[in-house]
Design a binder for this molecule. Structure first.
Ligand SMILES: Cc1cc2nc3c(=O)[nH]c(=O)nc-3n(C[C@H](O)[C@H](O)[C@H](O)COP(=O)(O)OP(=O)(O)OC[C@H]3O[C@@H](n4cnc5c(N)ncnc54)[C@H](O)[C@@H]3O)c2cc1C
Length: 495
């Protein structure tokens, strides 16, 4: 087989940027076609009147060690200049009936706190925290699926050690089943655990690992946030000779004898390549662009039956005074509350300025208020109805923040509302489902990177991995190039 030379990547989010960087490192000529006028996709932030509202980055798995960490260094996401912040508190919850509940990132601190809160559940609390501590032993495979040796599996098994039985036992369970099996009894503790992780059939393993990574200081925040992270990758891609073409929306794949030979743009332009990498929305590719015969059954089943993350409304609030909060992220639980026309069970207020000066000028504060709002609220809203919905949200949000920070109203300089429609408009992500498929107990394994009946074509990005997120999306960009080099028996380069 001849090594493909020209690689066309559709989509300039983290998966596309990663594929582009590894392509350039490995002697290909990569062009990223991006429909927006800038790279980043969901990994983005925007500036409004001196404030920056960050859409994405809260935490990044792999900030300290492991397979993802290597990727972040290879992509210039983490360099010697980038400061990693590990918050003391993961999140604080405030409930109108039950009061406050804190999740600390340090499990020793959290365990002590939980035992004080619910002394009768001491044993269950200790068991849960121990499982979380052990979960950091589970690292990702370095090599793509299909290229791993028995030795790789053996190494992973040995590394996992005592986490292996937990993986087997809880791999197919959700959080509620985990809490039941641990035998928690304290009503208040159970209430908060269920509120946070029980409601949506969330995977037990996902929950254990999330707090295990945080405890191991391996899921920090990178100072500068989403936009600076994107810029570092885009600069690396360009410095390696990669080419961007912005405002280029791909709306057709050129297929000849089951081989993808190129793509066509909305403006009718055509790009030919030896290999095409799809790093944009999965649903649009599979159900709008491709003829049905090319879509394998497992993709159809996944998109028809797997649950999605509920999209969010993100409200940026620029305040011309310094606001001090005791934690960077507080989630307020609520009953019977509507924001705009969404019935919400709560909302989060993040004080972005409290940990990163990039978000507001000195003496001012960038707050972000976020709440879940199902796609069904948004999908048919158009014109005046959409404007009115945003106006109502602004009114409701002003009342909410005034309640939490009395007197704030007269200091608000900017209110910026990004809705699920905004997400879809700028990134094309299906139903606004950031992170794609929700990992529940039945949905943990990923989808293949290729379609069985289509040659010269691969897929990368969040839609291949339930739980989505930045690390697996970036890793798929690495894997696709590794696989191409493997096919021609050439050495894969990471530097
Ligand atoms: C509010 C929010 C908070 C998040 N927080 C975190 C976090 O803290 N940590 C974490 O790990 N993850 C987080 N995520 C998830 C993470 O941002 C995504 O899973 C990840 O960015 C997905 O990357 P991607 O490259 O697969 O897709 P995208 O970022 O969606 O990129 C796809 C790109 O393709 C482009 N495109 C789409 N269609 C076309 C087309 N037809 N032609 C050309 N270009 C096209 C889009 O414009 C976009 O640039 C968060 C996401 C959101 C929305």
């Amino acid at each position: 087989m001849q090594t493909p030379k020209e690689i066309i990547i559709v989509g300039g989010g983290i998966a596309g940027l990663s594929a582009g960087i590894y392509a350039q490192l490995n002697g290909f000529n990569a062009t990223i076609l991006e429909m927006h006028d800038k790279p980043g996709g969901q990994l983005t932030a925007w500036d409004r009147e001196g404030y920056r509202f960050d859409y994405c980055l809260h935490w990044l798995v792999g900030t300290d060690h492991g397979t993802y960490h290597d990727i972040w260094k290879e992509l210039d996401v983490i360099t010697d200049e980038v400061e990693v912040i590990n918050h003391r508190i993961f999140v604080k919850l405030v409930d109108p009936k039950w009061g406050e509940f804190i999740i600390y990132n340090d499990l020793d601190e959290w365990e002590e706190y939980l035992v004080k809160l619910a002394p009768s559940d001491k044993r269950a609390i200790h068991k849960m925290c121990q499982m979380m501590r052990k979960s950091d032993r589970l690292d990702q495979f370095e090599d793509p699926p299909g290229m791993r040796s028995l030795f790789d599996y053996f190494k992973s098994f040995v590394r996992m050690g005592s986490f292996f039985p937990i993986l087997i036992w809880y791999g197919q369970k959700n959080c509620n089943e985990l809490f039941d099996s641990l035998g928690f009894e304290d009503e208040r503790l159970l209430h908060f655990l269920h509120q946070l992780f029980g409601g949506q059939d969330f995977s037990a393993l996902g929950f254990l690992m999330m707090l295990g990574w945080a405890h191991a200081k391996n899921a920090g925040y990178l100072k500068g946030g989403s936009l600076e992270m994107t810029k570092r990758m885009a600069n690396k891609f360009k410095a390696l000779g990669g080419k961007f073409a912005f405002e280029k929306k791909v709306n057709k794949l050129l297929i000849h004898n089951d081989q993808v030979t190129g793509v066509q743009l909305e403006d009718h332009g055509i790009y030919y390549g030896d290999h095409i990498i799809w790093a944009a929305d999965g649903h649009y590719l599979l159900f709008d662009l491709l003829p049905d015969e090319f879509v394998d059954a497992e993709f159809k089943e996944a998109y028809q039956t797997w649950p999605l993350f509920t999209p969010v409304v993100m409200v940026g609030i620029g305040v011309n005074k310094e606001i001090n909060t005791d934690t960077h992220n507080t989630t307020y639980l609520a009953e019977g509350l509507t924001i705009g026309s969404t019935s919400v069970s709560g909302y989060s207020i993040m004080n972005r300025s409290s940990y990163d000066p990039i978000f507001s000028p000195k003496g001012k504060t960038a707050l972000q208020l976020q709440f879940e709002s199902p796609w069904s609220v948004w999908e048919n809203l158009k014109g005046e109805a959409y404007v009115q919905e945003k106006q109502q949200i602004e009114k409701d949000i002003r009342a909410i923040v005034e309640k939490h920070f009395p007197g704030i109203t007269e200091h608000i300089e900017v209110i910026d509302i990004a809705t699920p429609q905004t997400t879809v408009r700028y990134t094309g992500v299906w139903k606004g489902a950031y992170e794609g498929f929700m990992p529940n107990k039945d949905v943990l394994n990923g989808l293949p990177m290729e379609l069985s009946k289509l040659k010269n074509f691969s897929m990368v990005g969040q839609w291949l991995f339930p739980g989505g997120g930045l690390p697996p999306s970036a890793q798929s960009g690495k894997w696709v190039i590794h696989k191409l080099k493997h096919e021609t028996h050439e050495k894969f380069q990471t530097t």
